[in-house]
Design a protein around this ligand. Structure first.
Ligand code: NDP
Length: 237
């Protein structure tokens, strides 16, 4: 077992983020989640954070570092939204909101996290993308663009900070049972199940397992990678 690390998971109050935070906590790490709304999840420390607001991100990191007594060593940029609609009907606002949350939000967190990681000369950044970032998806031009953008972000961070003991990787989940997919119509889910070689949706804990691996000492030489957790849907992309 490795020494406990200071871990920050954005959007860790529910869904995939909560499962990731719980997995780190179960492994003995010191975890803070960000929650934009509602109460802190049971058993976890939480700070408020709106990832579209730079001041809020900076404040959340400062509070988390105070709670944990040191800099963040593992960042999981998980907070994300969808605003699905066909290209012809997609408003500038639909597009901008999704990019601002999913891509620029991750950038703001990575920039703030890098300060402490550079001083420590170690750190792990894990960005939660999606199979549709590389696969594409009708009605998700905004979402897919934001999620493929995370690949460029992680790879640029790898090139910039790889020499300082910092890794940056992307986890690309397929269809996971959370509030986000509960909003999909039944026939859409049935169609996805047919297309997924594994024939089922996944549980959030299955994504968390890939994230905790990328943060583990065993994954120290993995950086700039995209790890799919999608039951074979994206065929390795
Ligand atoms: P949920 O909708 O269940 O949770 C999203 C989380 O992000 C919530 O904690 C939410 O906070 C937070 N969040 C959203 N916008 C902001 C914001 N502006 N500032 C701060 N926090 C914000 O999503 P999932 O758990 O399903 O998804 C988590 C991540 O995984 C997302 O990035 C998603 O795109 C990705 N993903 C999900 C898949 C799935 O099948 N579910 C598949 C592939 C990728 P609040 O509770 O306040 O709304």
């Amino acid at each position: 077992m490795s020494d406990p690390r200071n871990v920050l998971v954005t959007g860790g109050n529910r869904g995939i983020g909560l499962a990731i935070a719980q997995a780190f906590a179960a492994a003995g790490d010191n975890v803070v989640v960000t929650n934009r709304s509602g109460e802190a999840p049971e058993g976890l420390q939480a700070v408020r954070c709106e990832v579209t607001d730079t001041a809020s991100v900076d404040q959340a990191f400062t509070e988390a570092e105070q709670l944990l007594g040191g800099p963040i060593e593992v960042l999981v940029a998980n907070a994300g939204i969808t605003r699905d609609t066909l290209l012809m009907r997609m408003s500038d606002e639909d597009f901008d909101q999704v990019i601002d949350t999913n891509l620029a939000g991750a950038f703001r967190c990575a920039r703030r996290a890098s300060k402490g990681m550079i001083k420590l000369r170690r750190g792990r950044m894990i960005f939660i993308s999606s199979v549709v970032g590389l696969y594409g998806s009708p009605g998700q031009a905004n979402y897919a663009s934001s999620k493929s953008g995370l690949v460029g972000l992680a790879r640029s961070i790898t090139r910039e900070l790889g020499g300082r003991g910092i890794t940056a990787n992307v986890v690309a989940p397929g269809f996971i049972e959370t509030d986000m997919t509960a909003a999909l119509p039944d026939e859409t889910v049935a169609g996805y199940k047919k297309a997924i070689p594994a024939g089922r949706l996944a549980q959030p804990a299955e994504v968390a397992a890939a994230v905790t691996f990328l943060a583990s000492p065993d994954a120290g030489y993995i950086s700039g990678a995209v790890i799919p957790v999608d039951g074979g849907l994206g065929m390795g992309h």
